[in-house]
Design a protein around this ligand. Structure first.
Ligand code: SF4
Length: 403
């Protein structure tokens, strides 16, 4: 009998189906008859399968093929949306797309995006993310992400900040804490900043993260009034008391920024309350109030405030509450660093291979020269060869259309 074990997968057999959960959030199912074709099998425990009369390597390889096929129907448990698992053998590079992987904008802050998906549904979300989202999701294998990121950091060859700024809530990524631990080990990373809505944090998680002295948490907090906070978050179970507790606890343990979004007509009256509350905390976190901006693909419940009015408002609050609210580039220590070469330029026609769906319907991801290209209005046919004319190449984020 050979046993095969997976840390990131959980198994449950119900009748003639093996239900497989990846990183606690993504599920697919495999008819048991497909597994019986490998060899007679059993679920030993949550993470382990056994196969009779076959050696371990063969069982691993054959199970890998079956799993890969069923990963094509991977679903997000929160939304039911389709999910692409981007792993070392998926043939999907990590540079080229703004939604997942690595985004290097030639600055000393490199973004990483191990997951898409959010447990809230904020009224002003700039990417329309959350439980009502109908977009396809991505989840990236931790070790693959770390490996590719470390190659890029070696290339940049100077100290950088890593910003975990996902399209969604990063603590939905079950491997987030191990990922932060891996990043901590790299001497060329001086800061690891993580944007979070705080809802999935616990004191134990904060304790564990705070052992990593490079991590900084950037919290969203848009209202203190319970009903308004729920309304803005777009979910009935949003618990503002928990969010405040987590911000207060984290502030005592590590560097914290609280970043409310000012949405005129929605939470105008909450900003002074937030400033007052922040000032009562024993270790006061930085406060970075942001102006709500309208985005084509976002939820837009209001108009943005004119910038001059916004800054005047911040200045008035700075005087009134004796607090620094205007953060600039220097506060974030952003510098220009070595540019990553672009293997192709805007207007080039690039032969590429379709690998998976992109976030929006009718948009696919094609791959060429270790980059992904987002191709709109293209039916998904896996591994089909296409020619793509590029309309965007900035920062190695590629967009194009089939020609
Ligand atoms: S927490 Fe962030 S990603 Fe999630 S819905 Fe709100 S704004 Fe969007």
């Amino acid at each position: 009998m050979s046993k095969i074990q997976f840390e990131t997968l959980a198994f449950q057999q119900i009748d003639n189906v093996l239900h497989v959960t990846l990183l606690k959030l993504f599920t697919t199912s495999i008819p048991t008859e497909e597994l019986e074709q490998i060899a007679p099998f059993r679920v030993i425990d949550k993470h382990t399968l056994s196969f009779d009369k076959i050696d371990e390597d063969k069982a691993h390889t054959k199970f890998g093929f079956v799993l890969e096929k069923h990963f094509d129907t991977l679903k997000n448990k929160l939304t039911g949306n389709h999910v692409t698992y981007v792993h070392r053998n998926s043939g999907i590079p990590l540079i080229g797309n703004v939604a997942f992987g690595i985004v290097h904008r030639d600055s000393s802050i490199i973004e990483i995006k191990p997951i898409t998906s959010c447990n809230l549904n904020c009224m002003y979300c700039s990417i329309s993310e959350g439980i009502s989202s109908k977009k396809n999701d991505f989840v990236v294998e931790k070790d693959y992400l770390v490996e590719e990121l470390f190659k890029l950091i070696k290339f940049v060859n100077e100290p950088v900040e890593i910003h975990v700024g996902v399209q969604g809530e990063p603590f939905l990524y079950e491997d987030l804490i191990p990922l932060l631990e891996d990043l901590q080990e790299n001497n060329n990373i001086h800061t690891i900043s993580v944007d979070t809505n705080a809802t999935l944090l616990t004191k134990e998680k904060i304790d564990s993260i705070s052992r990593n002295n490079k991590v900084q948490l950037n919290f969203s907090l848009d209202a203190l009034d319970e009903n308004l906070a729920k309304k803005i978050a777009g979910v009935k179970n949003y618990n503002i008391t928990h969010v405040k507790d987590m911000i207060a606890y984290a502030s005592e343990k590590m560097k914290v920024i609280v970043a409310p979004v000012f949405v005129q007509g929605l939470n105008d009256t909450e900003m002074e309350k937030i400033i007052t509350w922040i000032k009562t905390l024993p270790k006061q976190p930085r406060l970075g109030i942001q102006n709500f901006l309208r985005y084509k693909t976002g939820r837009n419940p209001a108009q943005s405030l004119v910038w001059s009015t916004f800054y005047t408002m911040l200045q008035e609050w700075e005087k009134k509450f004796d607090i620094k609210l205007q953060l600039n580039k220097e506060d974030f220590n952003v510098r220009k660093v070595k540019e990553l070469p672009r293997p192709f330029q805007r207007d080039d026609v690039v032969p590429a291979i379709i690998k998976c769906l992109d976030r929006f319907p009718d948009t696919v991801i094609a791959v060429a020269k270790d980059r992904t290209i987002s191709v709109a209005n293209c039916p998904f046919v896996k591994d089909k060869r296409i020619n793509v004319k590029l309309s965007r190449d900035k920062h190695n984020v590629f967009v194009g259309k089939v020609v």
